[in-house]
Design a protein around this ligand. Sequence first.
Ligand code: SF4
Ligand code: SF4
Length: 437
Amino acid sequence: MSDAETPPDTTPTPGEQGEDDFEPVEVFPESTEMDLRPGADNCYKCTSCDVSCPVAEVDDEFPGPKFQGPEQWRLKRKEDASVDDSIMSCSNCMRCDDACPSGVPLSQMHNTARGEYVDEDMDKLSREYIRNRILANYGTLAELGSMFPRLTNAIMGNSLVQQINEKVLGITAEREFPAFATQTFREWWNERGGPQVRSEDKRVAYFHGCYSNYNTPEVGKAMVRVFEEFGYEVVVPKQRCSGTPMFANGMLDDAKRAAGINAENFAGLIPEGYDIIASCTSCSMSLRQEYPELFDIDGLEDISEHTYEAMEYLRIHEDLDSALADASVSEQSFAYHAPCHARNQGLDRQAVELFRDLDGVTIEDVGDSCSGISGTYGWKEEKYDKSMQIGADMFDHMEHADGNVGMTECPTCSMQMEHGTGYDIKHPLQLLEEALV
Ligand code: SF4
Ligand code: SF4
């Protein structure tokens, strides 16, 4: 990792130590918080994490989370301190975190190891590095592309361009490029003149992330309208990517810069009574867990403690069940998939619990498998087939469910659901808007 200093030379003199002994490496000598070896010592090798790992299930060369996490951290020897390159095959789905009964900080270990591997061992001129940097910085590209959305959509939707992307960059040509909206969420927000409701005691700051801004502004609009319907003052601070695709590609310097900007723009609102709301479960995961785990920046602890997924927040603070009991929508049947990052925040059942009694709606949970795309993982040419293998259970369950419209909170799960089944996909907030606004 770029912030780490060179470990001090603690090599014992001859005779101090037997040949089979070793000194653990001081990976982060400047910070006890980032030394993950105590967490590694909590591992009692039950292998629950390995069993839960969707990548290990389809990739025989991937040694699994136990190796990537506690084994690498605990067993590093000074002369063998480099991170194994298989860390780049971890998709950062974080299912192993959820599976560990012993509180081992697996994804923190993986993210830290991946950052260290990219910093120290990856050729910065390699195709893999350039491709990963592009995918990790989707928000920057989207900002440029959405200046001329129709032109960008035509270019990126062209099959020849997709073939070139695959050959030159290693971005799969099998997937349909997500179209940019002709008006971003932020453009809509500015056009309407910002908040329409003012409140001293019901205040939220919306973290829309990249995808709701550039690709699916209808999700952001739904979020604003639903919260205003409940009397909340919604503000939309300037923001950068949550960092999720950067963590997954070991681009921790990029993620730290983005986290710093987000800290500057959001942390100061908390003492004024605002909580932070995200419509994407990977964004809320990042602000809640990954920021404080990985970065020492003023305000990130406060942000972590005050961040919520949008529907979770309403369930905590409002009587949503009663509001929905009096509502109805036109007949619709949904096949709902809980994203891995929603699962990790304990939110995997909430959409089904909320909507199952809504008049006009049938909703079915399509099981606990990973969708397989995991952000940027399924966009990599060499991972595409594995991504589809991981997603096969979900596709199968969707096709056997009554509904032929998908529902999920995660934008990339939504891409994978649509890609694997051809279904239209809705965000739960869109159904909430339809029912309540
Ligand atoms: S984060 Fe996901 S892909 Fe990575 S090791 Fe854990 S379970 Fe496997
Ligand atoms: S689930 Fe936790 S305790 Fe079990 S092997 Fe994995 S890291 Fe170790």
